[in-house]
Write a protein that binds this ligand. Structure first.
Ligand SMILES: Cc1ncc(COP(=O)(O)O)c(C=O)c1O
Length: 341
């Protein structure tokens, strides 16, 4: 079954699978005391510079929650979009684990903007009020749109003005980098991001994400916090081996280029169908479209996808590193057939 449901529906890229096999030949130190982890961390330093701390965790929720936890105390608040994964798809893990209040801002394109954010930073120093401490953005966003370097920088200016930290949920950071045509460094370190959740799973890995601190002070207790947060993998080398492979030979880039290109192809095909309305700019690997209700179920049988908004019937179609041109062509053909029937 091939699907547009999620980039998590896809399997594991063969080069990642080979890396797992290679890491499986002998005994090695556990909990990250192994040469594969050293090499994977070095790969991250090649991209982000030496002035970083890198920690591997199991999943994106763990990366986000632990990153936010490292930057806050329980009387703080975290500002994010109302669509943010941390707000709508991590149950109440961020609130439970950090104790913080999530302050959500309405978004129409998945992004949040400086004026909006600044408006919600209020009553700083007032003991009665949750004290804002982090601005969290997703890159690419839940709507598959991408912040420009300038947009990230502008948010970091607000963060600095009020002594807040800027967190980036980069579950799909590779798709953002490819879309922008920029290095990771340019829209993270150079743009004033303090902490990054770097995604691997959605771009061809089996599991594993990284928490990267550009603000190294915030990493001070992270070894303990990761363990406390149950995200310390004993056989760490199996996360590290995957990252080493993902960050070698431009695999991250090739995978993201492919999935972004497939999304563009899908967008192009769907735009030829007058009854279907594309609702968001297609920057990354997802297409959002209002599809007539009467054909949704039959179309889902061709390649499954989620209805994102039950009221408008806006649907989310995600492409993966292994999506194929002919699958997209079939899907578009089927949509046309169903509408003509
Ligand atoms: C924006 C975003 N952040 C983080 C995640 C990671 O979630 P998980 O905990 O399922 O790995 C996802 C996955 O859907 C996501 O879309």
């Amino acid at each position: 079954m091939k699907a547009f449901a999620s980039d998590n529906y896809s399997g594991v890229h063969p080069a990642i699978m080979e890396a797992l096999h290679r890491a499986n030949t002998e005994h090695m130190g556990s909990y990250g005391s192994d040469p594969v982890t050293d090499r994977a961390v070095k790969k991250f330093r090649d991209y982000f510079g030496n002035d970083i701390e890198v920690f591997f965790v199991y999943n994106g929720t763990g990366a986000n929650v632990l990153a936010l936890n490292a930057a806050t105390q329980s009387f703080n608040s975290i500002i994010c979009s109302d669509l943010a994964h941390i707000n709508v798809d991590e149950s109440t893990a961020p609130e439970k684990f950090t104790g913080c209040k999530l302050v959500t801002l309405p978004t129409i394109d998945g992004k949040i903007y400086p004026e909006q954010v600044e408006h919600r930073i209020q009553r700083m120093g007032d003991q009665h009020h949750p004290q804002a401490k982090v601005i969290s953005i997703s890159q690419s966003t839940e709507y598959s749109t991408v912040y420009s370097v300038e947009e990230v920088k502008a948010l970091s200016v607000v963060a600095k003005k009020y002594n807040l930290y800027l967190h980036m949920d980069g579950a799909r950071i590779s798709n953002a980098a490819v879309s922008l045509g920029k290095s990771f460094h340019e829209f993270t370190v150079d743009a004033g991001v303090d902490i990054l959740s770097f995604g691997g799973t959605k771009n061809g890995m089996m599991f594993g994400e990284a928490v990267i601190f550009f603000n190294r002070d915030l990493a001070r207790y992270f070894y303990f916090q990761r363990k406390q947060g149950m995200q310390l993998h004993s056989k760490m080398r199996f996360i590290s081996a995957q990252f080493e492979a993902l960050l070698s030979n431009d695999l991250w880039k090739r995978n993201a280029e492919h999935s972004n290109r497939m999304a563009k192809l899908l967008e192009h095909g769907l735009r030829q169908i007058p009854q279907i309305k594309i609702t968001q700019q297609v920057d990354g690997n997802g297409v959002f479209a209002i599809i007539p209700k009467k054909i949704t179920e039959a179309l889902q049988e061709e390649m499954y996808f989620y209805v994102w908004n039950e009221h408008t019937n806006e649907c989310r179609l995600m492409c993966s590193f292994d999506s194929k041109e002919e699958e997209i062509a079939n899907f578009i053909r089927k949509a046309k057939q169903l509408l003509e029937a």
